[in-house]
Write a protein that binds this ligand. Structure first.
Ligand SMILES: [Zn+2]
Length: 137
């Protein structure tokens, strides 16, 4: 699943047209999905993806700064993916993203440590943007 960038509803990760609103290429590539689904071969509805989606919709989207950060994420994530794919160690980097950022975030959410999960997520975006020289503005 991905969140349609036009209508915000959850649709199939590989959809080329949103079945709900008809938007073209509705899924912005997300490096969390890329790391989990493309690199590690996990399912799009695996535990990690489902947990993070829940967190996005029920915690981050519940306050203004969190909402802005979700939007920022969808803006920079495709650039981060492209930068990682341009290296010759892309698979290792996506696995490292999974172990360093995704797994700990999921653990925080399990323990209902939402502030920590949110901070960890922000650190992740900062770390990867700095590493690959991606402008956050
Ligand atoms: Zn849509």
């Amino acid at each position: 699943m991905c969140s349609c960038k036009y209508c915000g509803r959850d649709i199939a990760y590989n959809a080329t047209t949103c079945p709900k609103c008809g938007g073209q290429n509705p899924c912005d590539k997300c490096f969390i999905t890329t790391a989990c689904v493309d690199t590690l071969g996990l399912k799009d509805d695996c535990y990690e993806m489902t947990t993070l989606r829940w967190f996005r919709d029920n915690y981050m989207r519940s306050f203004q700064e969190g909402k802005s950060d979700v939007n920022l994420y969808y803006k920079v994530a495709p650039k981060i993916i492209q930068a990682i794919k341009n290296t010759n160690t892309a698979d290792e980097e996506f696995k490292s993203v999974y172990n360093t950022w995704i797994v700990p975030s999921v653990k925080y959410i399990e323990k209902k440590q939402y502030k920590e999960a949110y901070q960890h997520y922000k650190d992740c975006i900062l770390h990867l943007s700095n590493k690959y020289n991606i402008d956050l503005n």
